[in-house]
Design a protein around this ligand. Sequence first.
Ligand code: ADP
Ligand code: MG
Length: 387
Amino acid sequence: MAGPPRLLREVFRERFGMAPECLFRAPGRINLIGEHTDYNLGFVVPVALDLACYTAVSSNGCGQLRVFSANQNEAVEWPISSIASAPPRGHWSDYVLGVARELVRAGYDVPSCNLLVSSTVPTGAGLSSSAALEVSVALALLGDRKMDPLELALLCRRAENEFVGMPCGIMDQYISVFGREGAAVKIDCRSLEHEIVPLPPGMEIVAVNSMVKHELGSSAYRDRVRECGEAVDAVRRRRPEVTSLRDVTSTDLRTFASEMAPVPFRRARHVTTENARVEAFVEACRRCDLAAMGELLVASHRSLQHDYEVSCEELDFLVDTALSVPGVLGARMTGGGFGGCTVNLIAAGHAAAFVRAIQSAYRERFGVTPECYLCRPAAGAAEVRTV
Ligand code: ADP
Ligand code: MG
């Protein structure tokens, strides 16, 4: 913890001419398995990372909410009285104002204060810098007022859905709040309950950033939501109790295959098989079966590539290349797709050689060096108590 907090104190003093009173940390995440299942009310298995957003705070008594992002090197401020009514402007500060606005809507006063935000989560890489920012800012604005952790995650998601305008599922904010050191968390996106899944010894997790984000992403996301809805409608005509793909098993899907168009069928096949892979992955974790865990990651990738069609040339190259590197147990794209990161499960001791191999192969093929992040499963958001 020595690095970011110490630096933050100095920057805070320079920026605001006073010392911060408190410091909060909220982690980014990587999703091990369970992709495009969250908005279908299924299961996901993310881990919170030691990469995190830090927000330092002190009261300023001048009736303004001020925020400076060290990452953006930019300051923004709003009169406290305008928080409930100020509109979004397609700017990074929307995440901060969105959280402040949701706090007001939930009946909490937003204090007149200075915030300094500094994050080690790479932005826009699919490791959820946005939820880390939201959750750390929410905690900083709450100060010593307590909020139920699930309510906190839901509030931050509303800020992103309704104010920023990004229709994300609950996973990112949930894991940022509920992360556990050394473990993954299996989240039931319907009941919003979770189960801690300790990770076996002998493995490392490495994220590889494709450094691309194809434009297709947001329109394809809307298409997938619609196509999954079409598959649900087809099943519902025979089984009215079905309300989401969560209620559909692989066997059901085979039964109703002839009643839906080929594309919704393949989308639904991804979601139902992915939910089954989550269960199998959690069991493999519990019996420390690293080989089975790795195979399930690869099966997930193939399903995302061929059935859900949200991969891209760069992600497929990273996965295929990873599978030829010694010590790699499995790999798949993680996050929404069309760019962002792959998640790689590596036998302990092989991570450094893996990073060298994948960087050089990718550079040769695409002319850019992919950033790699060693992912240490870390605890969820909390106040950082430094000396
Ligand atoms: P991801 O969450 O995968 O990193 P998003 O597109 O959801 O990608 O969120 C990234 C956006 O969040 C950035 O473009 C920026 O607007 C905002 N953001 C994240 N972290 C910070 C930060 N430390 N300072 C300012 N803005 C940030
Ligand atoms: Mg995000």
